[in-house]
Design a protein around this ligand. Structure first.
Ligand code: NAD
Ligand code: UD1
Length: 337
């Protein structure tokens, strides 16, 4: 299959490119590099033996996108491109609607022009809002508590409307839980610019001595140790979930939602302990007030992915922490993030 990956130079896109290439597919990466580095291309090349094709452009450039789809005889698109910082989305909502929602409209227009109708969309468990029950299955009611989440919700609704309007569409919204870890080579991984918002990249920098200590946001949640519980999923498992989903889409018209999670929740303190063990470093932390918008616990029912895609996560917490630490150390050595 020839697959175009919008946002393919980013964290999840680059790992998915590796998994697709290793499964024998051809890929074209399409990215404006607003949150990634051109050096990722060479790293993917080092892992798989040959750098993939890369087009530096914005998804809102509909003509360039539709030309790329036609020229490279694309069969399916994996749509990762978007902005993802929850806090920033509250300060700059229009940038989020323009990038995420308008960007997706442009992609769908380009796909229509080029006659490409298979799409895997980067959804998020954030569309479940405050959990009414756990584990979260795909039938759980949807809501959003911040502009980032609302862009994900609007896009899902748009995709459902589109699939009803024309039966040729084959769309899957992959609702990711908490992606973590890196490729085992340590060449690609998560490298947020500035101070990380998410737990694991923050902990990695504390372990490396680049940040003094971790603030644990709340220890009074109704969870076993009082700290927030999340479903962390190894990014290579997530990447392989995309390969399975794109294969599956061929025989499944319509618009589908599928969770990509492990079904297992870990608390912040369990994550700190696992990372300290993997890195053999102390992780100093202090308890801080709850972070606005956080829920106590969030984890997936991953049953549909297994039933439909034949996919389930294979890698555990130790692997996530070890690979994230390996990437942290390598990127410090090479100076590349
Ligand atoms: P990322 O920022 O590392 O990757 C996104 C890529 O898209 C970047 O390389 C960026 O340069 C590119 N991009 C952004 N806007 C673009 C545009 N208008 N045109 C072309 N390229 C553009 O993020 P990620 O963690 O790899 O996330 C990928 C997708 O998965 C996002 O849509 C995100 O919302 C979603 N998601 C991520 C997480 C997570 O925790 N990482 C969780 C749930 C959902
Ligand atoms: C966050 C976003 C979510 C997004 C996801 C992936 C919020 C409210 N939610 O999810 O919409 O889809 O990232 O990008 O921002 N924690 C600390 N200290 C820290 C950082 C985090 O204690 O410095 C805790 C949090 O309170 C939470 C857990 O670690 O309990 C995981 O946090 P994080 O990695 O930010 O992910 P989510 O909050 O689940």
């Amino acid at each position: 299959m020839n697959v175009l990956l919008t946002g393919g130079m980013g964290y999840i896109g680059s790992h998915t490119a590796v998994a697709l290439l290793q499964a024998g597919h051809r890929v074209v990466l399409y990215d404006n590099l607003c949150n990634s580095d051109a050096g990722v291309l060479g790293c993917i090349g080092q892992i798989v033996g040959k750098a993939p094709l890369f087009i530096q452009a914005d998804v809102r450039d509909t003509q360039t996108l539709s030309d790329a789809l036609t020229r490279h005889e694309i069969d399916a698109v994996a749509h990762f491109a978007g902005l993802k910082a929850v806090g920033e989305s509250a300060q700059k909502p229009l940038a989020y609607y323009a990038n995420n929602v308008e960007g997706t409209v442009s992609l769908l227009e380009a796909m229509t022009r080029a006659g490409v109708c298979s799409l895997a969309f980067s959804g998020s468990a954030t569309v479940y809002g405050e959990p009414r029950y756990l584990p979260l299955d795909e039938a759980h009611p949807l809501s959003a508590t911040n502009p980032y989440g609302r862009t994900k919700l609007h896009i899902e609704e748009m995709l459902r409307d589109l699939s009803v309007s024309d039966p040729c569409w084959r769309i899957v919204c992959l609702r990711y839980f908490n992606p973590a870890g890196a490729h085992e080579s340590g060449l690609i991984g998560e490298s947020p610019s500035g101070i990380p918002n998410n737990l694991l990249p923050y902990v990695a920098r504390v372990a490396a001595g680049e940040l003094p200590s971790l603030s644990v946001f709340g220890d009074d949640y109704p969870t076993p140790d009082g700290t927030g519980v999340r479903d962390y999923i190894h990014v290579m498992d997530l990447a392989e979930g995309h390969v399975a989903a794109l294969d599956w889409l061929g025989g499944h018209p319509g618009c589908h939602a599928i969770n990509l999670g492990t079904g297992q929740g870990y608390s912040v303190l369990e994550m700190v302990e696992a990372f300290a063990k993997a890195s053999e470093r102390a992780i100093p932390y202090q308890i801080a007030p709850r972070r606005a918008g956080d829920v106590a616990a969030c984890y997936a029912d991953p049953g549909k992915a297994l039933r439909e895609l034949g996919w389930q996560a294979r890698r555990g917490l130790a692997d996530m922490c070890a690979s994230a630490w390996n990437f942290q150390r390598r990127s410090r050595e090479t100076g590349f993030r």
